[in-house]
Design a protein around this ligand. Structure first.
Ligand code: DOR
Ligand code: ZN
Ligand code: ZN
Length: 437
């Protein structure tokens, strides 16, 4: 790759070159210092090269849910959106909840992924089973507090058993904190002007999880924080208890107004909040209160959205880099914040080695972006099986033109050219003690 810009030490360096060999970046520098005679295949024509996004929260579906999305369509969406590595959530059919099921899911993904994929598993109450899932390559664990709730309280004994059975293993436990929030509850909260109560539910769930976790000390990762009050609660506890957390692009960039306008299409759990909340999340994004940004890509069939009990979630992967670069272009956060929260930190938190940075010795997962290119989002441009998005109509500026995964070009001039053998199945390290500092 020649004639590219690289962002380094808070500044852009022009006229750079990179050499990929066997999936790794083996050499990089400024062109006039380049040793001649390498096989020059790609000319970036002065465009900026960024490390691929590592998206730690996605629902790739496939297997019995392939009518919603499959590994090919999900990872094609990813690479178009500049995402080169992702972590898949276990709430699939069948769920990823045992060593054998993890093995089956990995087998199903093989040869069908254009991006690297790591798998999160549901933890068992048995330490030995959890250890075997890690040995099979589980990259994290994931739970939904609503599976441990009776009424509006989390059942301490059953959740406690799980925490006890994973704490010694030092793998991150991703937690969706809150009761299940139906579309009916969202609508009635909107109508009765009790919308603020939704944040109380999130804060309450996080409090209960942390109070239990302080007994067993697992490595916690709080998913999709949608309320500034939750970030405030976490502020002092994060460091003390080695807790990490994420925000989604939609909670930072959209508001409940989109629900009023677009209805079920914008339904997601946790639901979108008001303008004050989203602005505050966006403001805090650059601070250490927020560790990483994720897509929570969660496509459903359109019939499952437009119905009496609409499913929460929408496909986001394809818009990730454009949504984030648009904010950089607007000056809402810096490129350095983007690189940190979308690539470098997720790699560190989840123990993904040699990815998340453009460095010699790192994997060649890089994205060539056109920072000027503007596109108005239309649902029919999505390659996900879910052809709808609450970002419809928004004009975004900054698009991936080429994406490389393990040194192989999977998106060329904005078109998917990868076949599915390019992505690697990530196996988390068996012993990973990762701090949040
Ligand atoms: O909006 C959501 N969609 N929230 C969840 O917790 C689950 C997810 C899904 O899998 O559809
Ligand atoms: Zn969730
Ligand atoms: Zn999710």
């Amino acid at each position: 790759m020649r004639n590219c810009k690289i962002y380094r030490d808070q500044g852009v360096i022009e006229n750079c070159y990179l050499i990929f060999d066997d999936g790794f970046i083996t050499e990089m520098g400024i062109e006039h210092n380049m040793k001649q005679n390498f096989d020059e295949k790609y000319d970036a024509r002065g465009r900026l090269l960024l490390p691929g996004i590592i998206d730690a929260h996605t629902h790739l579906r496939d297997q019995e849910l392939r009518y919603k999305e499959d590994f090919l369509t999900g990872t094609s969406s990813a690479v178009l959106g500049g995402v080169t590595t992702l972590i898949d959530m276990p709430n699939n059919v069948p769920p990823t909840d045992s060593p054998q099921r993890l093995k089956d899911r990995m087998k199903c993904a093989k040869g069908k992924i254009l991006a690297n994929v790591g798998f999160a598993c549901y933890p068992s109450t048995e330490l030995g089973v959890n250890r075997r899932m890690i040995e099979e390559g589980a990259i994290a664990f994931k739970i939904f507090t609503y599976n441990f709730m009776s009424g509006d309280r989390i059942e301490r004994t059953s959740l406690g058993r799980v925490l006890k059975a994973i704490a010694p293993l030092k793998k991150r436990l991703m937690v969706h904190c809150g009761p299940k929030i139906t579309y009916d509850l969202v609508l009635s909260s909107l109508r009765s002007k009790k919308y603020f109560k939704l944040c109380k539910l999130e804060v309450q769930a996080v409090k209960q999880v942390i109070s239990l976790a302080s007994m067993y000390k697992p490595l916690l990762h709080i998913c999709h924080i949608s309320c500034p009050s939750t970030l405030k609660l976490l502020k002092s506890l994060k460091r003390m208890l080695n807790i990490t957390c994420e925000v989604t692009v939609h909670h930072m960039l959209l508001t409940k107004k989109v629900i009023e306008k677009r209805g079920v299409i914008a339904h997601v759990d946790p639901p979108l909040k008001g303008l004050k909340s989203s602005k505050e999340l966006l403001r805090l994004f650059a601070s250490c209160d927020v560790d990483i940004v994720v897509s929570d890509h969660a496509p459903h069939a359109l019939e499952e959205k437009i119905c009496k009990y609409p499913k929460p979630g929408f496909p986001n992967l394809q818009l990730m880099m454009p949504l984030l670069l648009t904010q950089v272009n607007k000056g809402l956060f810096t490129l350095s914040t983007l690189l940190d929260k979308a690539s470098a930190r997720p790699a560190k938190i989840f123990g993904i080695s040699k990815r998340g940075l453009i460095e010699v010795g790192f994997r060649a997962d890089v994205v060539e972006v056109d920072l000027k290119r503007k596109i108005k989002v239309r649902s029919d441009m999505l390659v996900s099986k879910g052809k709808y998005t609450p970002f419809e109509g928004m004009t975004l500026q900054g698009f991936p033109m080429r994406t490389f995964v393990n040194g192989m070009c999977v998106v060329d001039e904005g078109f998917v050219v990868g076949k599915g053998h390019e992505g690697a199945i990530l196996r988390g390290p068996v012993e990973s003690v990762v701090s949040n500092g």
